[in-house]
Design a protein around this ligand. Structure first.
Ligand SMILES: C[S@@+](CC[C@H](N)C(=O)[O-])C[C@H]1O[C@@H](n2cnc3c(N)ncnc32)[C@H](O)[C@@H]1O
Length: 526
């Protein structure tokens, strides 16, 4: 059994009374392991047909499964293909309760490393938009990586303070998830580091942080929209009390009572009342009572770690979306023009048609603007030319640039001008010397049917690991699947390497040699 802090033992014993013993017993059981199928890549049915491990459904999810904790699912080619996200089973509940719908605009405010963002992305379809954020720069990098690995195309990744996001997107989101930083008591069984962190920081410090984040979240939810608040801790200061204080401050929000099933238990208003008295916090009695409609997942009641979830809804009618509503009302148009100065320069007369090469020399001379901007026309043309030569179907639009990086942004870039943007959308690739070099993110976001050339591999082929290791492969031209009218000569070009009809990454084929484009930092290490 893990060593629990004495103060934690005393508090939980007091709160749980008769239930304390069975709670304590749960620490003798190994933590449960789970994975969630990434339905952006594979349906649950298709995954079950190929899964190399036994799966048993996690009852509160559509797409989550318990797996044997001794497995190493991160060490499998299917992981590199983004077929599943390794996620603690209870952590799958908040997004199920957020219920993102096709076409929704969703904000994941405390998102890194991104398990819940991937889950949201798989529900919002091709018209929805996910804005996903984390305040810590390093954790935001992990968030970006996961958006790429899982083939998320409709997400903007921010590295911002919630208050600044609230200024940029007032009352804008259909759904907001606050998976709050917390004292992590619910993870003690799984992660001993959480015990050490708990001893350093009092729960009241987290409670203060949570109130700040919730203040911003309140401003971000559209009328009629939904806010889900979750933690992985037991302390009522961070759970029911956080919600009771929020409801008192924002009376246009109501608790939507969560149906108790699969061993979930109701929130504990009486614990909130007691801890609020102790802390000298105030909340309306009605707000405290309402927390009975929130839920707790206890490790002795469910097969998962400790979690808390509250579903809140804002009064009012959901606004109709229009293109105009996507634009920020107070955008500084001059600033945008300045950012786009490369494209707005006058064309030189009498020099005939410019080639991409001459454009590129110019690009090298022009200092590229640092911030996000709309792309210059020559960049759009270069990308279009690349697409013509490599794709059957171009599902992406180059509509945003940072320096010479090209993106498909699901919103007008003006929306993002005042924010710290880690990734303004799907990273398409880099424009260099008049050429477009596609990114790994693009490979993972496309379908094999979008490509002119693919190399389908099977799990048992040694080439799968060789490719993931970064090796150059020898591939005869007749092994490439190509569009029927492609001559052998035309086979030269970008090839998508696939596994189970999903992308693993790109290679560049010429004369029987497939140059490996798998990113060095992602490679398989034996
Ligand atoms: C519980 S974790 C999120 C886990 C994540 N939702 C997932 O499912 O992978 C909480 C996150 O909140 C971030 N965080 C802490 N303070 C924050 C703040 N003021 N605003 C936004 N994010 C914050 C932390 O960096 C941490 O990554």
């Amino acid at each position: 059994m893990k060593t629990l802090p004495q103060m934690f033992i005393e508090q939980m014993q007091n709160r749980l009374g008769e239930e304390w013993e069975s709670f304590l017993q749960s620490y003798h059981i190994s933590p449960y392991a789970g994975l969630r199928v990434n339905t952006l890549k594979k349906s649950v049915k298709a995954w079950k047909e190929i899964a190399p491990m036994e799966l048993s459904p996690i009852p509160w999810t559509q797409d989550g499964f318990y797996i044997d904790p001794s497995l190493r699912p991160g060490k499998h080619p299917y992981y590199h293909a983004g077929f599943y996200y390794i996620q603690e089973p209870s952590a799958m509940a908040p997004v199920e309760l957020l219920e993102p719908q096709d076409g929704d605009y969703v904000l994941d405010l405390c998102a890194a490393p991104g398990g819940k963002s991937v889950q949201i992305a798989s529900r919002i379809g091709q018209n929805g938009v996910l804005v996903t954020n984390d305040i810590h720069p390093d954790r935001t990098k992990a968030l970006v990586r996961n958006m790429e690995l899982y083939g998320v195309t409709r997400a903007i990744v921010l590295n911002e303070e919630p208050a600044r996001i609230a200024d940029a997107f007032p009352q804008w989101f259909d759904r907001v998830l606050v998976d709050a930083p917390c004292s992590g008591e619910g993870m003690f069984r799984k992660d001993p580091d959480m015990v050490r962190a708990w001893e350093r920081e009092p729960v009241t410090a987290y409670a203060a942080m949570q109130q700040d984040i919730l203040d911003s979240a309140a401003k971000l939810v559209a009328p009629g929209g939904r806010l889900v608040y979750s933690t992985c801790t037991f302390s009522p200061e961070e759970n029911e009390a956080s919600i009771a204080r929020f409801l008192t401050k924002y009376p246009d929000f109501r608790v939507r009572t969560i149906e108790l099933k699969h061993g979930m238990e109701a929130g504990r208003p009486e614990w909130a009342r007691a801890c609020m008295e102790e802390q000298g916090w105030v909340a309306a009695e009605e707000a405290i009572e309402a927390t009975a409609g929130t839920i707790r997942l206890w490790p002795h009641r469910v097969n998962g770690e400790g979690h808390y979830v509250a579903v809140l809804e804002r009064e009012g009618e959901r606004p109709a979306r229009s293109v105009a509503s996507l634009h920020q009302p107070d955008v500084d148009v001059d600033a945008i023009r300045k950012l786009s100065h490369v494209s707005s320069r006058p064309k030189q007369k009498g020099k005939g048609k410019q080639t991409h090469k001459s454009d590129s020399r110019k690009d090298q001379m022009v200092k590229l603007p640092k911030g996000i901007r709309r792309p210059e026309q020559e960049y759009v043309d270069t990308y279009a030319e690349w697409s013509k030569q490599q794709l059957v179907n171009n599902r992406c639009e180059l509509n945003a640039c940072i320096g010479n990086y090209a993106y498909d942004c699901p919103l007008p870039v003006e929306r993002l001008l005042k924010l710290k943007v880690a990734r303004p959308g799907l990273f398409l690739g880099t424009l260099k010397n008049g050429r477009f070099e596609p990114s790994h993110a693009l490979a993972l976001a496309l379908q094999p049917s979008d490509m002119l050339r693919t190399l389908p591999l099977k799990l048992e082929q040694q080439e799968v690991i060789a490719y993931l290791r970064g090796d150059t492969l020898t591939v005869d031209p007749d092994r490439l699947c190509t569009a029927s009218d492609l001559s052998v000569k035309d086979r030269k070009g970008y090839v998508m390497i696939t596994l189970e009809n999903c992308p693993l990454g790109f290679g560049k084929w010429v004369d029987g040699i497939l140059k490996n484009e798998y990113p060095a930092a992602w490679r398989w290490i034996t």
